[in-house]
Design a protein around this ligand. Structure first.
Ligand code: SF4
Length: 230
């Protein structure tokens, strides 16, 4: 019998590539700072279960691009389905291809749409903080001020969208996160376990490849915050 799971795993497998301190991926802006630090200092291969989730997200993104490109949806024009990104700051650079956003034109306006796949739309009453932060960073770099976070439910293809207008202070706060990460890496200081402390980020610990290392340092009290504090 053909083992399709094994074929998928082989197809998705990626060699471990060490990250260079001083170069940061824009999409990691909302990641727990401690987790981001570990990903540089103690890199690990991404588990195949995580790669499968990423790939499902890519498939949803491609589907949305196909819908927007289609001749059957003339009210909207797909301008780009991914963007190059580069922001130079003091001593570090935030760069990489941004492949979860789509640039569209509708009713005479240009929109930056960040596409996220989700298991369920039921509890999505607003954009997740890390997604809104990512979008602020993209708008800051591109100069486009109309942002939309679009959630698509994976098993029904139902969608829910939220307008996120550009906010310069929020974009600067996003850049400051990379500044804090860069400082912690260059000074070799382990950041606080951010996702354990901030209630809205706690879910991240369930998907963290460094949970064991992090757990060894103890569990701090939770603080009930929606926005990330450095
Ligand atoms: S276990 Fe949670 S707090 Fe610790 S590094 Fe991972 S995501 Fe961050």
């Amino acid at each position: 019998m053909i083992d399709f799971n094994s074929l998928i795993d082989q197809h998705l497998h990626r060699e471990l590539r060490e990250k260079r301190v001083g170069r940061y991926w824009p999409s990691s802006v909302g990641m727990c700072l401690r987790k981001a630090w570990y990903s540089y200092k103690q890199p690990k291969e991404t588990p195949v279960e995580t790669l499968r989730i990423f790939e499902a997200g890519n498939l949803v993104h491609d589907f949305v691009a196909e819908v927007l490109r289609s001749e059957k949806t003339p009210g909207i024009e797909l301008l780009k389905s991914e963007l190059p990104f580069e922001l130079e700051e003091d001593g570090f650079v935030i760069s990489g291809r941004v492949d979860d956003v789509i640039l569209v034109k509708a009713e005479g306006k240009t929109y930056l749409v960040e596409v996220k796949s989700t298991k369920s739309l039921a509890y999505q009453k607003k954009p997740t903080d890390s997604h809104a932060m990512q979008l602020q960073l993209y708008m800051h770099a591109t100069g486009i001020t109309n942002g939309v976070v679009l959630y698509v439910e994976k098993n029904t293809l139902q969608a829910k969208e939220f307008d996120v207008p550009y906010d310069e202070a929020a974009a600067q706060a996003a850049i400051d996160r990379f500044r804090a990460l860069h400082k912690a890496l260059t000074e070799d200081e382990l950041p606080a376990p951010e996702a354990k402390r901030v209630k809205a980020m706690k879910w991240m610990c369930g998907y963290c490849d460094w949970a064991e290392e992090c757990g060894a340092t103890g569990t701090p009290p939770t603080i009930d915050e929606n926005l990330v504090r450095l």
